[in-house]
Design a protein around this ligand. Structure first.
Ligand code: MLT
Length: 247
């Protein structure tokens, strides 16, 4: 079995892919499921998400548009909630809510885009974070045929230390599950995992972690640093519908 780590998404995947966006999309996605969400839709743009918010052509007696009750919209630009969305992209806030019976429609700057890139190559896409690291490693090992690719979302096209660190944590779990031939990206991730301190130290030292702290979203950094708290692993279907949403 081969293990490769892409420090940023590349898009040519053929087997099993773990997409990581620790701060914060994949951490938030795992939390939505932990809090009872039935499914997640990752859209290719905020407009696709907003188009799903209302029942098409349906209005109440006052002539107001009527919501699609089963859908809630979560996402961010610049770390802050997208106008018209029900909430931003905070896993800590999500952990305080009950999403039973809901489908969460997500669109974020980096994480949902990385998932789309991976899914477009027809590969099997799983969402991974520190919070579900061990479960994600076990699921990927069980599903992969020849290669596990760990794809780091990064931030605004730049490598994110927090994602590479999480890739190193997952790579260590995978090495404990059996022999792997690792590429240079995996070796970089393992080296970072072994040198950047504990998870909270690593995430707090990252550029995006510091940005979130400045935005008053430091609780998300602390929340995202909880390793293997969850056994839930979001698996993206390979079907892209609703103009680029992934079911
Ligand atoms: C994302 O999750 O796509 C981005 O990393 C931005 C964020 O939520 O802070």
């Amino acid at each position: 079995m081969k293990l490769r780590v892409d420090l940023l998404p590349h898009g040519n995947y053929s087997d099993t892919v773990l997409v990581i966006d620790v701060l914060r999309a994949t951490t938030t996605a795992v939390t939505y499921l932990e809090r009872g969400a039935e499914s997640l839709l990752l859209t290719s743009s905020p407009d696709v998400a907003l188009s799903l918010k209302w029942q098409p052509g349906v209005h109440d007696d006052a002539g107001e548009a009527v919501r699609n009750e089963q859908y809630l919209l979560g996402g961010e630009r610049g770390g802050l909630a997208i106008p018209g969305f029900d909430f931003g992209n905070s896993p800590q806030e999500a952990s305080q809510q009950n999403f039973t019976g809901k489908t969460i429609i997500m669109n974020t700057t980096n994480g949902t885009a990385a998932a789309h890139i991976a899914a477009q190559s027809g590969s099997r896409v799983l969402l991974a974070s520190l919070t579900n690291a061990h479960a994600a490693a076990r699921r990927a090992k069980a599903l992969a045929v020849e290669e596990i690719a760990i794809v780091c979302a990064g931030t605004d096209g730049r490598v994110g230390l927090e994602d590479v660190y999480a890739a190193g944590v997952i790579a260590e779990y995978l090495l404990a599950l059996g022999e792997l031939s690792v590429d240079d990206g995996a070796r970089i991730a393992l080296t970072l995992r072994r040198s950047a301190g504990n998870p909270l130290e690593a995430l707090s030292s990252s550029q995006h972690g510091q940005t979130l702290e400045k935005l008053g979203l430091g609780e998300d950094v602390r929340y995202a640093a909880q390793v293997s708290e969850s056994t839930l692993v979001p698996v993206m279907s390979e079907v892209q519908d609703i103009e680029g949403a992934l079911r």
